[in-house]
Design a protein around this ligand. Structure first.
Ligand SMILES: [Zn+2]
Length: 410
């Protein structure tokens, strides 16, 4: 395989020319790359929203370290994420809001109506050191992915997945909305029909705001019912192109297997997309401190395997939520392993175990006595039941029977 990282303008750390993010006359060639690409950046290492915030924990850096420890991340498959320029972000976000994020980052304090107008400076969306650069780097990776995927392929941007971001305000730990920007980038580069699948524990209200009523974007979200932001009710179809499945607390691997087969894969196959964007938030795992779902990471991995089996020529996998440093790091590393066909089961070698033993989870009871398998495996024990939850069965059949928006003629 020819190494993408070594080619042309991709590898300009942090100084990515905006022309390549949206406006290049000659799109980057991707067709000669037959292996998945990992987009990452060191800005996520050590970046924290503050010592009491759920996003104080390392996530992307753990995935990079574990993948490297396992020899799963050769240089040729890694691209350093570009940081999106304001102009590229303004394809969806308000210029005044982007300017406010940059100003707040420089001053490290809010002024005027930043809090009421832009939602910056709240407990959930605090001022922190990289308040513009961190989300702009995650967004730059997703925008680049949209460009590269125009030629087909598989890309993983675990820093992406900020699905609550709104055009003009911060929302739910998300300052920008990289999934929306990724899909707009795909569209800009000629990819029309996109299936967006989101199995984060929270509903993707920002993505829904971006693509409601778009017949060429199928949005499927499986999320915990009555959890913030409390949107994505079962009969909210966003004008005809959304499938929202709220699921009860304790939703487990058996339930997800049913949802995967009877709803997610069926709806996507019917839709015939040119690209899949998969947001694989890790907060639906039983050990997450914010949500109350009961899955193991096998459930998420099996959804990925199912999506990979559909034969869609473009796949972008994004991160999302996930607030237990061990469950996030193990699950998202497993995602990269599966994309590459590696065995994600069994015991980890010492060098990978060291990465996991080096993590801390300050201020959480799970951090005091982590179980051994959080250190020496990627794969959780399955969280299965003998029967599928009845509420899940009923809701899935209700949604499966509902006709989708008609295809727009070309
Ligand atoms: Zn979430």
């Amino acid at each position: 395989m020819r190494g993408v990282a070594a080619r042309g303008p991709f590898f300009i750390c942090g100084k990515f020319p905006v022309g390549l993010l949206f406006f290049s006359a000659a799109p980057a060639k991707f067709s000669d790359v037959d292996k998945p690409i990992f987009i990452g950046h060191e800005i996520f290492r050590g970046s924290s929203y503050g010592e009491h915030h759920p996003l104080r924990v390392p996530r992307v850096s753990t995935v990079i370290d574990l993948a490297r420890a396992l020899n799963w991340l050769p240089r040729g498959q890694f691209i350093t994420s570009p940081r999106a320029k304001p102009k590229a972000l303004q394809v969806w976000h308000d210029p005044a809001y982007i300017a406010a994020l940059q100003r707040v980052e420089a001053a490290q304090e809010i002024e005027g109506d930043d809090l009421t107008r832009f939602g910056i400076g709240t407990v959930t969306n605090p001022v922190f050191g990289e308040i513009f650069r961190r989300p702009a780097t995650a967004a730059g990776g997703s925008i680049l992915a949209g460009e590269l995927l125009s030629q087909g392929g598989v890309i993983y941007n675990p820093a992406g997945g900020t699905h609550h971001g709104m055009p003009g305000r911060a929302n739910g730990f998300c300052y920008l909305n990289d999934p929306v920007l990724a899909m707009l980038s795909l569209r800009h580069h000629g990819v029309r029909r996109i299936a967006y699948v989101d199995i984060d524990a929270h509903h993707c209200d920002g993505v829904a705001a971006g693509f409601a009523g778009d017949p060429d974007c199928l949005m499927i979200s499986v999320h915990e019912e009555r959890l913030w932001p409390r949107t994505g009710l079962i009969d909210d179809d966003a004008g005809g192109n959304a499938v929202n499945l709220p699921v009860p607390r304790g939703f487990n691997d058996t339930d997800m297997a049913h949802v995967r087969e009877a709803l997610i894969l069926t709806k996507i196959a019917e839709f015939e997309p040119e690209a899949i964007v998969f947001l694989c938030g890790a907060d639906g795992v039983v050990d997450d401190p914010l949500a109350h779902l009961g899955m193991s990471n096998n459930a998420h991995w099996d959804v990925l395997r199912g999506l990979m089996g559909l034969g869609v020529p473009r796949l972008l996998v994004l991160g999302g939520g996930g607030y237990n440093p061990w469950t996030v790091g193990r699950m998202w590393t497993g995602i990269w392993g599966i994309l590459n066909g590696y065995d994600v089961g069994g015991m980890l070698p010492d060098v990978a175990e060291e990465v996991l033993r080096g993590l801390t989870f300050n201020g959480n009871r799970r951090g005091r006595n982590p179980p051994e398998h959080w250190f020496n495996t990627l794969q959780d024990a399955p969280q299965e039941d003998e029967e599928i939850c009845e509420a899940v069965v009923q809701r899935v059949s209700h949604l499966a029977a509902r006709p989708m928006m008609a295809r727009r003629p070309y």
